[in-house]
Structure formats: C-alpha cells, structure tokens
Design a protein around this ligand. Structure first.
Ligand SMILES: [Zn+2]
Length: 416
C-alpha cells in the first residue's frame, strides 16, 4: 500500500511531462511564415493567444513566433479565412463603415457582444478570402526565399502591396535590406556573412509613416570547412596597412547602392575553362598556425594563365585596376546592392563606368596580388556583406527577385 501514492505521483509526473509533447505530436507540423504572429494565428484557428502559447512551450513567450520554426496548432482546428486589421484609430464602427459591413455583423464575427463596446486596440477579423496574417501595414502578401535562412547566403523578400508601394524600408539584425518596387510589387535582398551568429534576429519592415512591423526570423546552422594554410616568401609578408586601406576603399564602393536591379538574367559562371573549384566560400582559415580569424570570401577557380573571365550578368564596372591584395581587379555593380568581384587577373579589359552584358570579357586569369598560383577569385556582396556566389546561382535568387517585381528573367544557359 505504501508505494501506491508514490506510483500515483510518478504517473501524474509523467503525464505532466508528456502532455505538451502529446498534443504537439498529434498536429501536423506547421512552419511559421511571415505574418504568422500570435494574434493572427489565434484569429485564423479560432482560438486565443494564451492557448496557442500553452500548446507551444518551446517558443519564447515574450516574442512573436520566429519565421521558419515549427509550431503546434490546436488539434482538429479548422482554418478561417479573411483579413486581420489593426484598428488603432476609429475602432470597430469606423472600420465597419469603411468596409461597408454591418457593425453588428462585424462585432459578432469578432466575438463581441456589441459594436459599441471598447476594442482596446485588439485586431479585427474582416471577412474575406485569403490566409489571415499580420503583415506590415499596406502589404498584402510577403514571402521569403529561404525558410529558415542560412548564414553566408543571400535572403530575398518579395510580395504585393495594397496601393503602389514606393517607400518600403527594412532591416535584418541591423543589416539594410535593399528594396525595388514596381506598381504593387516589391522585392528586396539582404545578405549575412559566413561568421553570422544566426539565431532568431528581428526582421523589421516599415511602410510609409506606419509603425515598424517586426517578426523574428529563424536561421539554421551551417557547417563550414576549416583550412590551415602556410604562407611563405612574399605572401607571408603582408603589409597590414596596405591591406586595410584596400578594404576601406572597396567598402565605400560596395555600400553605394543602385536602387534598381541592373541584371536581366540568371548569373552565369564567370569562367568556362577551369581546372577545378579549388576553394569554396566560407572556409575558416588559419594562416601559419594562427587562430581562425578569417574565412574565404569568394569562390576560387584554378585555371591556366590567360583564361578569359566574363561578366556573369549585366552590370556597370565600378573598379578596374591592380590592387595590393587582390591583384588585377574588376568589380561590377549589378544594382540592388549586389556587387561581384574578379581578382588576381593578369590583364583587365574593361574600364570604370562601362556597362557590361553577360559573357563580356572582363580580363584574364593570373596570379597577381597575394596569390600563390593562377586562379580566379570570384566574390559576391549584398549590401557590403560577402555571400556565397555559387549558392546565389544555385538558389536562383537572381530570377526570383526580378520576377518579384514583374520583370522577365533570362534563364541560365543549358549546358550540354
Ligand atoms: Zn580566393
């Protein structure tokens, strides 16, 4: 008899432990999308925010659900359609008048006894088609190119707006998002580097004079290669001041954003005849036994000296000259904060200010600057941050962004 209460406590304890997981396990995995915050999800699944939070003990209660994370929704919940409207001013009566709905019908839909009761700024459910989401004011739909996001890659945002959107600004963890708009469409891009900490930074978007909208965005972990390199001779004697000056000068180029995309096509690989991709983007590098303080910022193609290097997409030449570290260098501005660079060239065949088309000759492979053999170092920056150029191609973000603002995109050439 003595052990029965102990058993009872054990069973209750196990039930308490198992309960949140049992409920979560019986619902379909639901991936949080932009605008799926607690208020919108509660409205959509006809429940309340407290119940949703209780169903999701793994989520941070003090923040909105992070885009890209899995969320449990109530078992057997049916999904309602419509629109979520924030009514900071005017309240239910004015909203009903503007939307040409009976105030009593709107009150009933929102579970209120009377349209004359105070609303306390609670969002209103408006009847209609579509998924209920709490998006930035004036934005009708919004999608991200990758959910969850990954460090070292470009991230695209695109969508549609209520009226012509010309004043969208945004930031991801303090990084500016470059936006292009056309009629009622928008597309924007931001890049995080290979050292980016990830986690769940805030995605912040502001339209016009409206208050800023924000939602956390989940990042997945990325695995990186670790390389130990040994520098000898001239390459070992790096003039740190010359190196810093070069970087500072390039930074002023990379942060000058041309507000519209200049490219019209999928980015081609800038070299046809190469031996191998000798180093990928993001590899952590230790020089002569030192700490891993840097990573490889581009993609290396080993090739014979004199091999043609071509523009991968349309753009404007913003730099064409020999540099201390990068050697013979060409930098292209592709617009929307996207820049590409071609380094260690033995010859440069373009001039600053020149517009280039995909396939145009930029220069020839060499081993100038701090280089230990003939190769092309190709890099890609978004708003001054190095991203993986090979991933940019693989993601198809070039066309995804153009299509986002209703522009045609020439697909990548078929290799045969
Ligand atoms: Zn390189």
């Amino acid at each position: 008899m003595k052990h029965v209460p102990a058993l009872g406590i054990l069973v209750i304890g196990l039930l308490a432990l198992a309960l949140p997981y049992r409920v979560a396990g019986q619902t379909d995995p639901f991936v949080v999308q932009p605008g799926d915050n607690w208020a919108a999800l509660a409205m959509r699944f006809d429940t309340d925010e407290a119940s949703l939070r209780a169903l999701n003990p793994h989520m941070n209660r003090t923040r909105q659900p992070a885009i890209g994370r899995l969320l449990a929704i109530p078992e057997g919940a049916s999904e309602r359609t419509g629109r979520l409207l924030r009514v900071g001013d005017g309240g239910l009566l004015q909203t009903a008048a503007r939307q040409r709905i009976s105030p009593w019908a709107l009150a009933t839909l929102n579970g209120r006894e009377s349209p004359y009761a105070p609303t306390f700024f609670a969002p209103l459910h408006l009847p209609g088609e579509g998924t209920i989401r709490d998006l930035p004011p004036g934005i009708r739909t919004m999608e991200l190119s990758a959910i969850p996001a990954l460090p070292g890659q470009a991230l695209g945002l695109r969508g549609t707006t209520e009226a012509n959107a010309t004043d969208i600004v945004g930031r991801l963890d303090g990084l500016d998002i470059a936006f292009a708009t056309a009629a009622n469409r928008f597309a924007g891009v931001v890049g995080t580097g290979a050292f980016y900490a990830g986690g769940e930074p805030e995605l912040v978007i502001r339209t016009g004079d409206a208050p800023a909208w924000s939602q956390p965005l989940a990042f997945d972990k990325q695995e990186w290669v670790y390389q130990e390199l040994t520098l000898t001779g001239q390459a070992a004697e790096i003039d740190q001041q010359a190196r810093d000056e070069e970087r500072a000068r390039l930074r002023t180029l990379w942060t000058a954003v041309t507000p519209t995309p200049l490219w019209k096509e999928a980015f081609q690989t800038p070299i046809n005849d190469y031996l191998e991709v000798s180093a990928g983007y993001g590899a952590r590098r230790s020089y002569n036994g030192g700490p891993y303080l840097t990573y490889h910022e581009g993609v290396d193609f080993s090739a014979y000296a004199g091999t043609p290097v071509m523009a991968p997409a349309a753009g404007v030449v913003v730099l064409a000259e020999p540099l201390y570290v990068r050697g013979g260098a060409v930098i292209l501005d592709h617009g929307l904060g996207v820049f590409s660079g071609y380094y260690h060239l033995s010859a440069v065949h373009v001039a600053v200010g020149q517009s280039v088309e995909p396939g145009d000759l930029l220069g020839e492979v060499g081993t100038t600057g701090l280089s230990t053999g003939n190769h092309l170092h190709w890099d890609l920056l978004i708003n001054g941050i190095w991203v993986d150029a090979a991933q940019w191609q693989a993601q198809g973000l070039d066309c995804w962004l153009l299509e986002g603002i209703g522009e045609a995109c020439v697909p990548p050439p078929t290799t045969g």
